[in-house]
Structures are given as C-alpha cells and as structure tokens.
Design a protein around this ligand. Sequence first.
Ligand SMILES: C[S@@+](CC[C@H](N)C(=O)[O-])C[C@H]1O[C@@H](n2cnc3c(N)ncnc32)[C@H](O)[C@@H]1O
Length: 206
Amino acid sequence: MTYFIEEYKTTVPSKIDEWKVAFPEKVVERFIKNYSKKGDVVFDPFAGFGTTIKVAKKLGRKGFGTEIEKEPIDFAKKNFNVNLIKESAFDLDLNKHPKIDLCIFSPPYWGPALGAKTYSSYIKKVGDLVKKIKKRMNKDSHLIVLIQNYCTERGLLTLAWDVGNVIKKQIKFKQDIIWCIDRKNSKRDMMHEAADHHYCLIFKNE
Ligand SMILES: C[S@@+](CC[C@H](N)C(=O)[O-])C[C@H]1O[C@@H](n2cnc3c(N)ncnc32)[C@H](O)[C@@H]1O
C-alpha cells in the first residue's frame, strides 16, 4: 500500500484542540491493527490528547504515553478514561515500563518545539529520543511517525524528510505510506495549504 485517503476527523473538539494535532482514531487504528497484536505494548511519547492510548486499549493492547501539558492529560482522563504520564519523553525512564512492541507518534512541529533553539538541534533531539526508545523495543517491532512537510511564513519546511532521515540512522526505514487528507468536511488552513497529506514513516527494529 502506498497511500490511503482518510478524513481529518478527530474525537477532540476543535475548541480544545485548536491546532488540530490529535490523531483521527481511524488512522491510528489502521496502524495499531496492522503492526501489533492483542496484548502487545504500544507507546506514544508525544501522547497529546491520548488518542493512541485510547485506541490501543480499545483493540486489546497495553498502551502508555507521556505528555507534558496538563490540558490534554486532563482531557484524556475525563473523556477517554486514559491515564497519561505527565513527564517529558526525554526524561522518562523507559526501563520502568514494559518493552515496546509498537511506538507511534507525531512530534510537536518545529515552532520552535522540544526546547530546541535551532531547527537542526530539534531534528537531533528527535533522533536522540528514537535512540533511547529503540533500546526498549522488542526485536522486529515497529516505530511509526506521522508527520508533514509543513508551511511556515518563510516557506515549506521539509520536516517530514528531515525527521525521517535522522530516525533512519537509528532504526531501519521500511516504508512510507501517504495519508491523503479528505477535506470535504473540514476547512483548509495555512499549515495544511501546501500539504494535504501526511507521511506515515514506518521503521522496523530488525
Ligand atoms: C503533535 S501533538 C501529538 C498529538 C497526539 N498524537 C494526539 O492524538 O492527541 C504533540 C504533543 O507532544 C507534546 N509534547 C511536547 N514536548 C513534549 C515532551 N518533551 N514530552 C512529551 N510530550 C511533549 C505536546 O504538548 C503535544 O501535545
């Protein structure tokens, strides 16, 4: 499969998720079903509103995730009955958690994000995080990153390609699947204007 078409429809109301960062459940469900089995451990280091963990639980997987902001954590607890760990993914001691069968995430987009002062230090931080996660991934398990090249006021940023490049230094790049966003029911905005698709970058811990 090289692409699929799915609406950007999430269960988090847009007045709470104003930047539309939450994963649509259907999209994350597709990857959890295809890349893990019942009883497996699914980890999302940038858990946001807890979509990955909610869907993992619904599909009989054991999910855990970290998030630094209080609002999405409270939302996940109240609406999804999901407990997220309030800690930076960079500080989390993964040895205190079960080994990982599937890691899915979408990092906060460069804004600057992750406390990085420059774009290159942001990319390096993502690579360092994957290096740490890989040590706790079971053999032949997968890591999937959903990410865009996205529009800034200064032009289109090759975020997806740069993140993919840094991760492939740690873990084998197997496939990219393109999620084409069906926007018949949702409005376009600056961030999505030039990129009505996400890359779903699939890596395997061979
Ligand atoms: C693109 S959003 C992910 C949304 C998520 N996939 C969902 O379905 O709601 C990225 C999230 O990472 C969080 N974040 C930023 N820095 C973090 C860090 N160091 N550790 C853990 N989470 C962090 C942000 O607060 C944001 O909620």
